[in-house]
Design a protein around this ligand. Structure first.
Ligand code: ADP
Ligand code: 5GP
Length: 204
């Protein structure tokens, strides 16, 4: 078994991160999802503890003070953070932990976990991104404009990432991400346990 690691997926709002992550989790049993904490209100259909841990500003600040996040950031207009405990437990179990987080968070993760794998998800075009944001129907016109503008700022950070995937056809994008996961699992430095075991068996 190879060691567990963090798989960071970032990309502009509407690029398809949520859709892709849900499919990845359905199809791959060694992947687990890190549920973030946020100060934003729940959207229709979102569930506490599954979509996010929804909380007020005060509770979020307490978690920061107690060092309970591996990273946190203000994104668009609210705070978001990745709870530390779940991530460390799951890596310890050899699982691959998906973090669906913004570019600021991804850079913090890269610093503290240099073995993390960072994937940037892109829309096939900016027009299509706008269409998807409008089509999703979960934000007001004003919120859509903020997300669309932020997309340009976020994309400038793509060179900090290890891989990019264009989400045009969803099945193709999924296959590409799964290929990245397979290759990353096979990296020599992730297989220390198995190599050590074979060497011991061989009396080395
Ligand atoms: P994000 O989590 O990055 O903000 P979503 O997963 O919510 O994005 O996707 C935004 C919208 O685009 C949703 O309505 C989703 O159903 C749609 N969508 C996602 N991927 C594709 C795709 N490959 N082709 C067409 N529509 C897509
Ligand atoms: P949304 O409000 O659309 O669910 O998410 C808005 C943005 O916040 C997305 O870019 C998403 O990736 C990011 N995000 C979600 N959770 C976290 C987190 O824990 N940390 C950081 N830094 N960003 C997050």
């Amino acid at each position: 078994m190879s060691k567990g690691f963090l798989l960071v997926i970032s990309g502009p709002s509407g690029s398809g991160k949520g859709t892709i992550c849900a499919e990845l989790l359905k199809r791959n049993k060694d992947l687990v999802f890190s549920v973030s904490a946020t100060t934003r209100g729940a959207r229709q259909g979102e569930k506490e503890g599954i979509s996010y841990f929804f909380m007020d500003n005060e509770r979020f600040q307490k978690m920061i003070e107690n060092d309970e996040f591996i990273e946190y950031a203000k994104v668009h207009t609210n705070y978001y953070g990745t709870p530390r405990k779940f991530v460390t437990n799951q890596i310890g179990k050899g699982n691959i932990v998906i973090l669906e987080i913004d570019v600021q968070g991804a850079l913090q993760v890269k610093k503290s976990y240099p073995e993390a794998v960072l994937i940037f998800l892109l829309p096939p075009s900016m027009d299509e991104l706008k269409n998807r944001l409008i089509g999703r129907g979960t934000e007001s016109q004003e919120e859509i404009e903020i997300r669309y503008k932020n997309a340009f700022k976020e994309m400038k950070y793509i060179y900090e990432y290890d891989y990019f995937v264009v989400n045009d056809n969803i099945m193709e994008a999924l296959k590409e991400i799964e290929a990245i996961i397979i290759a990353e699992k096979a990296k020599i430095n992730r297989g220390k346990n198995i190599l050590g075991k074979l060497l011991v068996e061989g009396g080395m």
